[in-house]
Design a protein around this ligand. Structure first.
Ligand code: HEC
Length: 149
């Protein structure tokens, strides 16, 4: 019974992936990391964010608390997630701080919108720069003792 449920769930999840809105087939050209760093600084991401190694470039804070980018994560941030975080920030709100500190009263992200000003080349470079800033941290499993009857 449990196996059957699993199969049905897997099928359901798989079918979601196939819809017209699915990220399947999403791919952008490779970006340039050094140029991405320039984009990161030019667009003043450090007015709201912190990033290891960029403490000195931090700008005057634009929101209540800095949102950390990069660092240890238990699940890798995919390319698609990072692109989405920049061009459609309200799609999924960061979880590093309580949501009230990251959104306005209507639940929209407080992140600045760059869609009218950032070129696609800038976006791909930016993401190429951001992605390696995230380090996958092994998930610490709870080791339950094994009992032998
Ligand atoms: C005015 C403030 C502001 C500016 C400027 C800003 N952001 Fe954000 N950003 C936020 C807030 C608030 C969040 C958390 C809410 C959300 O997930 O959208 C966020 C979230 C993110 C996330 C997702 C973080 C996570 O842990 O899921 C990424 C990636 C990101 N920003 C990148 C950038 C980049 C790159 C720039 C510069 C091009 C930038 N931001 C500029 C406010 C800002």
């Amino acid at each position: 019974m449990r196996v059957l449920m699993m199969l049905i769930l897997t099928a359901l999840l798989a079918s979601c992936e196939q819809g017209a809105d699915s990220p399947r087939g999403f791919s952008l050209p490779a970006g340039d990391v050094a140029k991405g760093e320039e984009v990161f600084l030019t667009y003043q991401c450090l007015a709201c964010h912190s990033l290891k190694g960029f403490e000195e470039q931090e700008l005057e804070l634009d929101i209540a608390k800095r949102v950390r980018l990069g660092g240890d994560v238990t699940r890798i941030k995919t390319y698609a997630e990072l692109v989405t975080a920049v061009i459609n920030p309200s799609h999924k709100i960061a979880t590093s701080l309580p949501a009230e500190q990251l959104t306005d009263s209507s639940g929209q992200s407080l992140m600045r919108n760059y869609n009218e000003v950032m070129t696609v080349a800038e976006l791909t470079d930016l993401v190429a720069f951001l992605q390696p800033q995230y380090q996958l941290k092994p998930f610490n499993r709870t080791n339950y003792p094994t009992y032998f009857p």
